[in-house]
Design a protein. Structure first.
Length: 298
């Protein structure tokens, strides 16, 4: 078994407020799941269409104190163990940590192998939404595991020209997404997560640009699916609509979709917060290649 996944993020809210968001069923139904029930120490459950294998609640609390919640979550035929912990960074700042066992390594995540391949990106999006929830910001759309398609829309308080640059300029993309990209900004060019040296046939992380209208639209062909980003004016901001299509409907790319949604959350913060800094300062998925990470994220 590989080492546990470890995620650590900073929330701009007092620790008591973050704990309430983690342990209040109504709050959980806002930032985490379609359904939730909490009666600690005996009951902590979430399920529904936004939860992997979420037909019924399966979580079992095993430990809880003022700053820690640990529960068993059966997934893909294995009992995984999740620990959510909080640490006070200052009067208005809290460090949120998530660890989970039995999370597949990077190669399995990229290959979308089994229901546990989504866990790292599921928690990335969930914690990003937790942070926005306690900071009073609009949440990013969740991944609907029951939906037939993969599409979403957010409004970003920045001009389309600025958002387009953040999607297409490698240095800016690396700042908010935390990943290295290289881009040939023309139809027929490459858009490569991890750089042009990545073997496209190995991890499908190099796309071909099939549509490009500056400041308005990008289309990427990944070989096994197509991604489109459309930007439109919205009262001085940008309405960003993103779609994944053309994938094998028997195996939707939920892990990658969740990763993109988590990235969109940070893209919004990057443009909307004058004192922006990444919420993440540890994001450890076993086996993640160093070339994938932007220099600032290593």
């Amino acid at each position: 078994m590989s080492a546990p996944m470890v995620l650590r993020a900073r929330a701009g809210a007092p620790i008591a407020q973050v704990r309430r968001a983690l342990t209040d069923a109504q709050a959980l139904r806002t930032w985490l799941a379609e359904h939730a029930e909490v009666d600690l120490p005996g009951r902590y459950a979430f399920w529904g269409r936004y939860t992997p294998e979420g037909t019924t609640p399966t979580q079992r609390p095993v430990y809880v104190d003022e700053h820690t919640l640990r529960f068993v979550w059966p997934l893909g035929g294995e009992d995984t163990t999740v620990e959510l912990s909080l640490a006070e960074e200052g009067p208005g700042s809290t460090i949120v940590s998530v660890t989970q066992t039995h999370v597949p390594d990077w190669a399995q995540v990229v290959a979308e192998e089994g229901p546990r391949s989504v866990l790292a990106t599921f928690w990335t999006l969930s914690i990003a939404n937790l942070v926005d929830y306690v900071e009073g910001r609009e949440l990013t759309p969740k991944c609907d595991f029951a939906a037939e398609g993969l599409s979403g829309t957010v409004v970003i308080d920045a001009a389309p020209e600025a958002v387009f640059r953040s999607l297409m300029e490698p240095e800016r993309f690396g700042q908010w997404f935390g990943a290295t990209v290289e881009v040939e900004p023309h139809v027929g060019g490459r858009w490569a997560m991890g750089g042009f040296g990545v073997d496209k046939d190995v991890d499908n992380s190099v796309a071909t640009i099939i549509d490009l209208v500056p400041d308005r639209r990008v289309g990427l062909d990944w070989g096994n699916m197509t991604s489109t980003w459309e930007l439109a004016d919205s009262d001085g901001g940008t309405r960003l609509t993103f779609v994944h299509s053309g994938f094998d409907e028997r195996n939707p790319p939920h892990a990658g979709w969740l990763g993109w949604l988590g990235g969109v959350s940070e893209l919004r913060r990057f443009h909307e917060l004058a004192d922006w800094r990444p919420i993440w300062f540890e994001h450890r998925i076993p086996g993640t290649p160093q070339h994938v990470l932007a220099a600032s994220a290593r």
